[in-house]
Design a protein around this ligand. Structure first.
Ligand code: ADP
Ligand code: ZN
Length: 763
């Protein structure tokens, strides 16, 4: 807009000069001057627009720099041009339409398929001081009307709308009276049947381009697949829009593949490294999901199951608990993920083989949206390959079956790769990596290879001798010289190869046989219970040639570089507690208040901190600084003074009894001051003109903000309550636990006890 105005001004000025200039007075130079001037003006205009966009980025969103492509996309939209954005998850797509919507006159309309995400986004924007709202079926009639009224009154910078709402007659009518700044179609792959999440209500979005030819439109997606991209552009009439395609690499995700042996143990070992962090474990079936969730809970991990067979309400609860960090690990079928925009998912585990590289990429991509170090672990077993193969064999359409077989084979190749995983992964999407990534299991710990010709020949001879339908397990038993009933029954203890491989253990043999299958020396006949069959290549090897094998490596070796290094963990924990208190008070997801990145940066501060210093923190815009600055500084000061007076325990920083320190909000600090003077709860409530319930809520916040409140003096029969909580079933719901207490507590008192227990590290 601004650019247009400046351009127009420049043109008008030049016109005036033109009429003044006489025709014979060196027209070339004059023309050149005009062109030059227009260019300068437009350059200046672009520069100005860029500066303004940067200012919005810093003041409102609290970030110093644009990420790759964001600035280009924003400038294009500000210039009234359409755009098509292909950027991986976590790349920062939202800002690409949020900033132009804020800067352009009118309201930016964002079409988004996921109701839960809309609330989250709007919450986050509101916390940054942006006027945003959403309009979808979750609103009551009166709320919906209120949103539309605000929209019509021109009060909104951004309005998130569900696609089916956008195309209703009522809404279209409203649109006629409102200035629309731009349209953004988020998760644009939903418009395509090729995509992995087709939504019929997206199809009509193409009409927008015709109804509003002058309003710029941006479509955004993280889909990496070429077919789908073309289809999206067609369906949304965005063929001419500039495509902004960023690399699909997610450098902060470390890819790890490990042979699946004892999956539960492997998962537990992996989780050891990610204590207290959030992650997702994907399994192929509901049964596996449920088993794994229960097993993890037995090991004291706050895990929950999630799959399509659960009632909607329970699924919502699990999602919500995860967003609020109450549940740390979600064990899910692929049904989980689309609706979850949690930035601090630190790991994704594939317990079973994903059915294609596309799914693998999408699912692992849910880790590390915040750009911090994350890990994707896949447990790879040939049993799974066979399982998926069998599923594919049931597909009736031959073409589709072929496609699926190809996709599965590519996935197997990625898992079996002895070269950089990222190279294989990106290569699949047509992207070439200049150098090995240095951040995958192969790069970090390159597999050693050796001449495996003799072992391979031995295995091939054994399979040939056994003559029949025998799978990997049986052949290994023969090679290792077992005399189990089946072997005796088949008289296989008499085979020449029986016992010839006894010096190699079972796991190692499994690894060798798998490699031989994947290298094509054996085929596994799925219709005959995965029996090993020697191929031509196998026969040839017996006559000569050489086979190379990768050295078997038990366990997962990796060199972790943790992003948390250098932060004060005790302080970080206190900040997390403060964040929970704030988020609960405002009823929003934790990350909406401040991100893990922000808390990490804050907990790396040294020396005296003033509110203004917090401006440097990533994501700390003016609005958040005003809202939370004081609370953060209070926690920092309390921490510093606890530390200097030596009262801090190393483990959690929550000594049980009193210490000093200002409290986060006025009401709370008032309560705190009165409490320190020994005023009773009743009187505190009366003096402040609030209910006792509110006072206890203050205490909850105080406890969470690491103030040392003597909870035993507030909660009746405190010791009794504590001992009953210690004995409570750790997997019972809080409501169940509360109802089983012999002491009658109010909800607030109960929450206060829980907050206190959390603080001292009991869960
Ligand atoms: P996407 O929609 O592409 O998956 P988001 O828009 O949710 O990604 O952004 C991912 C994360 O990156 C968010 O936490 C966001 O605040 C952050 N982010 C986006 N742009 C920037 C930036 N320029 N500087 C710092 N952080 C950013
Ligand atoms: Zn690598």
């Amino acid at each position: 807009m601004l650019l247009l105005i400046l351009l127009r001004l420049a043109m008008r000025e030049n016109q005036r000069r033109l009429t003044r200039a006489r025709f014979f007075e060196v027209p070339y130079i004059s023309m050149l001057a005009i062109v030059f001037e227009i260019c300068c003006h437009s350059n200046m205009a672009t520069k100005k627009v860029k500066e303004q966009a940067r200012k919005v980025l810093k003041d409102i969103f609290g970030y110093d720099e644009f990420r790759a492509m964001q600035e280009d996309i924003i400038c294009s939209l500000l210039d009234g041009k359409d755009a098509f954005v292909l950027m991986p998850t976590g790349g920062g797509k939202s800002l690409c339409y949020q900033i132009p919507s804020i800067m352009r006159e009118g309201t930016g309309i964002v079409v988004s398929p996921l109701i839960s995400l809309m609330k989250d986004q709007v919450d986050a924007l509101t916390r940054c001081g942006v006027n945003a709202a959403y309009y979808n079926s979750s609103l009551k009639a009166a709320e919906g009307k209120d949103v539309l009224d605000r929209f019509e009154a021109g009060e909104l910078d951004l309005l998130y709308v569900a696609p089916e709402r956008l195309l209703t007659k009522t809404f279209q009518k409203r649109l006629e009276n409102v200035k629309v700044a731009m349209f953004a179609v988020d998760e644009a792959h939903c418009v395509s049947q090729w995509g992995h999440d087709f939504r019929p209500e997206y199809v009509r979005l193409g009409e927008l381009r015709e109804t509003f030819p002058d309003v710029p439109m941006v479509a955004l997606t993280a889909t990496a697949d070429e077919h789908t991209r073309e289809d999206i552009a067609d369906r949304l009439s965005l063929q001419k829009a500039k495509r902004h395609i960023s690399s699909f690499d997610r450098p902060n995700i470390r890819y790890l593949v490990s042979e699946k042996r004892q999956p539960l143990t492997q998962v537990l070992q992996f989780l050891e490294d990610w204590k207290d962090c959030c992650g997702i474990i994907y399994c192929l079936s509901r049964k596996r999901v449920e088993d794994m969730a229960v097993n993890l809970q037995r090991h004291g991990i706050r895990a929950a199951a999630y799959h399509a067979g659960m009632p909607g309400r329970s699924r919502e609860k699990v999602q919500d608990d995860f967003l609020r960090d109450r549940v740390k690990v979600i064990v899910a079928t692929i049904a989980f993920g689309m609706g979850v925009d949690k930035p601090n998912v630190r790991f994704v585990i594939h317990h079973d083989l994903p059915k294609s590289i596309e799914s693998y990429y999408q699912e692992t991509g849910r880790a590390g949206r915040d750009g911090q170090e994350s890990e994707a672990l896949m447990l790879y077993g040939s049993g799974d390959v066979n399982l998926v193969r069998r599923l594919i064999e049931n597909v009736e359409n031959i073409d589709q079956r072929r496609v699926e077989v190809h996709k599965l084979n590519s996935m197997v190749a990625l898992s079996e790769a002895l070269t950089c995983r990222r190279r294989v992964l990106l290569g699949y999407f047509g992207e070439h990596l200049e150098e090995d990534c240095g951040n995958c299991d192969i790069c970090l710990d390159p597999p050693e290879t050796y001449d495996g010709t003799e072992l391979a020949q031995l295995a091939i001879r054994c399979v040939k001798e056994a003559k029949g339908d025998f799978g990997v397990g049986y052949i290994i038993d023969v090679l290792r010289g077992s005399k189990n009933a089946r072997i005796i029954g088949n008289k296989h203890e008499k085979l020449k190869t029986h016992g010839n491989g006894a010096d190699i253990n079972g796991d190692e043999w499994t690894s060798i046989l798998r490699q031989l299958v994947h290298q094509g020396y054996f085929q596994q006949d799925v219709s005959r219970r995965a029996a090993l069959v020697v191929t031509k290549k196998g026969e040839l090897l017996l006559k000569g040639g050489a086979a190379t094998l990768a050295r078997y490596q038990p366990g997962l070796k990796r060199k972790l570089r943790r992003f948390s290094q250098g932060r004060d963990e005790a302080l970080f924990k206190k900040l997390v507690a403060m964040r929970i208190a704030l988020a609960e008070a405002e009823d929003v997801a934790n990350h909406v208040i401040l991100s893990d990145v922000a808390l990490t940066e804050i907990s790396q501060f040294v020396g005296e901190i003033k509110i203004d210093d917090l401006r440097k923190v990533s994501g700390m815009g003016q609005h958040k600084l005003d809202a939370y600055g004081e609370a953060v500084v209070a926690v920092l000061k309390a921490h510093a003074s606890a530390r200097s007076s030596g009262k801090m325990s190393d483990t959690n920083g929550f000594p049980k009894l009193l210490a000093k320190g200002p409290a986060p909000t006025d009401g709370q600090s008032h309560t705190w001051n009165l409490y320190k003077k020994g005023v009773s709860i009743e009187d505190i409530a009366e003096q402040q003109g609030v209910s006792e319930k509110t006072v206890i809520n203050h205490f909850i916040a105080l406890v969470r903000a690491a103030q040392q409140v003597d909870v035993s003096k507030i909660v009746p029969d405190f010791d009794q309550v504590m001992s009953e909580l210690d004995d409570a079933d750790p997997y019972a719901s809080l409501t169940e636990i509360k109802s089983e207490l012999t002491v009658d507590l109010s909800n607030e008192e109960f929450r206060l006890v829980l907050a206190w227990r959390e603080g001292i590290g009991v869960s």
